[in-house]
Ligand binder design. Sequence first.
Ligand code: RP5
Length: 150
Amino acid sequence: MGSSSDWGVMKAATETLAQFGVDSETKVLSAHRTPAELQAWVASLRSRGFGAVIAAAGGAAHLAGVVAAFTTLPVIGVPIKSKSLEGLDSLLSMVQMPSGIPVAVVAIDGAKNAALLAIEILAVTDDALRQKMDEFRAAQARKVLDSTLD
Ligand code: RP5
């Protein structure tokens, strides 16, 4: 994430990954404030066994795009709700990537869905993880079907 101020939202992604038993690394690195450190960290990911990156930022939210420029790992962007424009600025900054450098963008503050999408990407080559995702979906469906109205 681009700032420690994003952590309140992004905790949900880390928790969801942990719930599925997926190892993750959580970092604060900024496309604008720490570009060299960001580049070095992204360059290390594939050789350290990571399969996807979730990048969260608000405002001029260039983080996900810059991460995608430095790696061919799949990058999922989480636009963070900003103070002045409610996150519309973050969403539009993130989603309008130039052709050739894709970022998969979830909803504003959509940390949980970012983690679920990352898990689905990893599950393509991991049957145990795919089974956990199937169980998660089944439990979620049961909750909807069992819901009662007062
Ligand atoms: C972005 O600017 C961060 O991702 C954060 O969402 C926003 C505000 O950052 P701070 O000023 O709180 O560090 O780069």
